[in-house]
Structures are given as structure tokens and as C-alpha cells.
Write a protein that binds this ligand. Sequence first.
Ligand code: SAH
Length: 338
Amino acid sequence: MEQRYVFDLLPAEWKEAAEAYGEKGFRGKQIFGWLAKGAELPEMSNVPKRLREVLMEDYEWHLPEVVIEQTSETDGTKKCLLEFPDGSRVESVFMKYHYGNSICISSQVGCRMGCTFCASTRKGLVRSLSGGEMLAEVLAMCKLTKEEINHVVIMGIGEPFDNYESLSRFLQLIHAPEGYNLSLRNITVSTCGLLPEIAQFAEDFPQVNLAVSLHAPNDEIRRRTMPIARKYPYEQLMDTCRAYTEKTGRRITFEYAMIAGVNDGDEHARELAELLGGWLTHVNLIPLNEVEGTGYAKAKEDRIRSFSRILEHAGVAVTVRRTLGSDIDAACGQLRLR
Ligand code: SAH
């Protein structure tokens, strides 16, 4: 029998699981609370020993192991390669900001979206993570850093909307008051633009922040770098994003990786400004992380400045992503690629 992962169970399922072993339901909820604090089964002193023993037997309960750990000398950013009990490896990054600690987690082992500038998709998709595995990334990083985590961004390896059910379970797990109890407003999900899931997300989790990887001011350029653009044309993407904003009243963040000679011209900035003017949006310009073998180079600094100025003048909210941990900087996914 395949073992279930302890981190996958929601409080109501813990209640049932405990009862199935002939214990009181609240015992299960106690375990859920302990797990969120990073405790291991043997440490759960107020849980009957017999229950702990059967759970050790019947469930997989190990957090992922830290295989590689890189720490920035300048700002304390920690980038880790984590290995799950089945040998699958993903990356998580811990960052300190003035408003609190933030962690960037992966949602899949590899990715099948095929964006041409991205390292995470080079070897395709191995498998999706479960919601509990995503939670376990957060807990493993808390344990490693001995710090509390106040913000979670799902912007590591993988396409979260290509794994919607697990994403949904993860959000329920980390938000549950019996456990980690993280506010949904402190979570951001980033998608390359899967339209049915964007619409579903507006229904299911309107409080969670949404970021959409745009990376182009028009369909022609977007199709060159993002295969998903061939499935969902630019105009449909914009319609879906507008509908999202109307339904939720929330601002979408558009991520825009600046690639030299591809999407970083003043004319591209003007085209984007035209498109986004008067909308409740926010553009996040990201200097491209150069990935070996892609043939793309990072846009020059004066390009980024000029691009951002044009957006600003048009009244579009724009920020340039601050690079944390620049001394350990490798594009997302490169630890795993190695
Ligand atoms: N699959 C999701 C989330 C993972 S990627 C998505 O596409 O949004 C997180 C962000 O990093 C995305 O905006 C992605 O396009 C961007 N990204 C990927 N490779 C990059 C690179 N080499 N340089 C800069 N940003 C990159």
C-alpha cells in the first residue's frame, strides 16, 4: 500500500483518521497543530504513543531534506535544493524583506510549459507536488532558518495552475487556523496564464494575490517566448485578467522579464502602457536571469530605466524587482538543473 504523506491531511481528515484508529477525533487535530510547528511524530508528547506508532508505520512523515544550501553573504537570502522522500528534488528560496520573511516555493518537479528563457522547464515535467509537499517545503525552510515565515510566493519551479487541485489543498492547509494559520492575503500565486484556472481562482481564492507572467506587449512577441500563448491568445488573456480584476476587486501583478533586443524597446513600453492604462494593475519588471544555452541576454540597465519611465508617465504602476541574494543568484531552476 502506498503511504500517505502526513502533511497532506486537512484538519477534518485528521479527525477521521484518528477515529479510524479508534482514537478521539481531536487527537488528529492535535497532530495537525504539531506538524505546523515543525514537530516530528516522536516529539508529540500529548498524542497517545500508540497513535504515534501506527502513524509512523502507515504514513510517510519525513520533511524534505536540504541537499544544497546557498546563503547570501550580503542579505541572508537562502536558496535550497530540497529532496522529498521519493528522491524528487525542488528548490525553495528564503528572503528577508523589511515587511517580514518571505519564501518562494515550487509547485512541480520540473515544468511542461516550455517558456524559452526559463531553466525550470528544460527537462520537462517529472511530476506534480501534492499540497502537503508544498506545505512541507515551507515547514522545512522554517526549520532550517529557525525563522517564522510571513509571506509565501508560489513562483519557484513549476506551473501552479497546471496542478490546481494540489495548489488548492496547499492553500487550505497553510491557512487552516488549527495549523500554520497564514493569511491568504500573504500568499501570491504566479501563473504563465492558464485562463480557465485564472477564472476558477477568482471564484475559489479571491483573497490570494495573483501574478501573471506577461513578458511581452503583444501576441507576436509572447508567442516567441511562451508556448502557452499559442493556446491562449493575448487578447483572451487580457479579457480574462480584466474579468478577474472586476470580480475580485484585486490588482493583478504582471511580471515582465526584460530580455535584450526581444521585449525591452521603448516602443514595447508604449504598447504596454496603452494596453494597461486606466486598469488596476501593477507591472513588475524583472532583469532577466541569464540561463546558459537559451541565447537570451539581460536587458541593459538604461533600457529598464527608460521602459519603466514610459510606463510611469502613462500612469501605470511599475516597480523594478530588487535582486536579493545577487551573490548566489542563479536563475530559478538552475540548482535542480545541475
Ligand atoms: N510557472 C509560473 C511560476 C514560476 S516562474 C509562471 O510562469 O508564472 C516565476 C517567474 O519567473 C515567472 O514570471 C517566470 O516567467 C519568471 N522567469 C522564468 N525564468 C526566468 C528568467 N530566466 N529570468 C527572469 N525571470 C524568469
